[in-house]
Design a protein around this ligand. Structure first.
Ligand code: UDP
Length: 363
């Protein structure tokens, strides 16, 4: 047996690391293919999770733009998959790497197993192109590992047989638990946190979706600017994605305040420490919403559409968009509310990778 694992971006590595580890623990031969879509964000994750990459397609250096990326990946993945003879290919989520990987495998009649299947925003342009990517993967995949009952419902509504779906939870919970069990996690505190006092309210901001780049992002920066004026004891930390267009917006509207710190992307261990300490998360990230739910952290979503409806239904998150007035009002309201959020188990108990590999072995 030879199981292929394909990833290209930071969240895919985090969410497939537990599956890789489970396959390794059971001595199942694996071949790891890295498309290199986010090379600079990936390397620290690969080291942390001790993932040995067998093939790196280094797409980031060759293919700017979605069409060029798709063309490059389809060509190179097809060539590679013809030579390595896989029994199955595992893809995760909704990236262009995952979609093109599934397509290349499909053309070669290699069964595709989709981790985190069935998420839908029901808007093809939001998130773009991820909604299309995940729908295409669902049309191709042999088996669908759905994180929630909502995701199963979405797949069944698209005509996918329940026999081809397994409810697993989300592997991000496995990753969170693995990291927190490490002694170097328990024994370290990032220097970033040592300058923040217990009285400070720590707000963690991340923003990277295509829909938010440009004007919406500048709106968020305006909101941060206003927040820092009206909330004297908040500190906002912003590990900024290296996307050049995002960097342009940062330069276009600079928030000059020492309580707003723009950081380079953080390693997973350091970032998890910030999550543990922070009082509120403002984000358009998907994975971060799941992590916040599993940890019981307050979070506001800077998007207008979501594929994580279960978090809205349970009142865990609010969809705010990027209107500065709404962001300032909601942040103030949430930070003033002393009650704590309870962790949600909607994404499972940290045994998702085990369920996935159990299923793979029964095929
Ligand atoms: N993350 C990280 N360092 C950072 C920012 C995020 O390790 O500086 C992790 C975060 O904990 C989460 C994942 O990256 O697991 C989310 O990635 P991202 O927001 O890029 O993608 P999405 O989840 O929206 O697809």
């Amino acid at each position: 047996m030879n199981i292929g694992i394909l990833f290209g971006t930071r969240p895919e590595i985090i969410k497939l690391a537990p599956v890789y580890k489970e396959l390794q623990n059971r001595a199942i031969p694996t071949t790891v293919i890295h498309t290199g879509q986010h090379e600079e964000l990936a390397s620290s994750m690969l080291d942390l999770f001790q993932i040995k990459v067998d093939y790196n397609l280094k797409s980031m250096h060759h293919a700017p733009g979605l069409a060029a990326l798709t063309e490059y990946l389809l060509h190179h993945l097809s060539k590679l998959l013809r030579t390595i003879k896989l029994d199955a290919l595992i893809v995760q989520g909704d990236t262009t790497s995952a979609y093109v990987g599934a397509l290349a495998a499909f053309y070669l009649k290699i069964p595709v197993y989709h981790v985190e299947a069935g998420l839908r925003s029901f808007d093809m342009h939001n998130p773009f192109p991820e909604e299309l990517n995940r729908k295409q993967i669902s049309a191709i995949a042999t088996h669908h590992f759905a994180p929630t009952t909502q995701a199963i419902h979405n797949l069944v509504n698209e005509g996918i047989s329940e026999d081809a779906i397994t409810l697993t939870g989300n592997t991000v919970v496995d990753a969170l638990k693995t990291i927190r069990a490490l002694s170097n996690y328990q024994n370290s505190t990032p220097s970033l946190l040592s300058s923040i006092s217990q009285e400070d309210k720590l707000v963690l901001l991340t923003l990277h979706r295509r829909e938010n780049i440009g004007k919406p992002f500048i709106q968020v920066l305006k909101a941060i600017h206003q927040l820092l004026v009206v909330e004297p004891n908040i500190i906002v930390l912003f590990p900024a994605h290296p996307n050049p267009k995002l960097q342009e917006s940062i330069e276009a509207f600079s928030v000059n305040n020492e309580r707003f710190k723009i950081l380079s992307p953080l390693g997973y261990v350091e970032f998890q420490h910030l999550l543990d300490r922070c009082d509120l998360i403002l984000t358009d990230s998907g994975g971060l919403q799941e992590e916040a739910a599993a940890l019981g952290k307050k979070l506001l979503v800077l998007r207008t559409k979501t594929e994580r409806q279960e978090l809205l239904d349970s009142d865990f998150t609010e969809l705010l968009g990027t209107d500065p007035k709404k962001i300032v009002e909601a942040t103030h309201r949430v930070l003033s509310n002393a009650s704590k959020k309870m962790p949600l188990s909607v994404y499972g108990d940290g045994n998702t990778a085990k369920k996935i590999v159990d299923h793979l072995l029964t095929r």
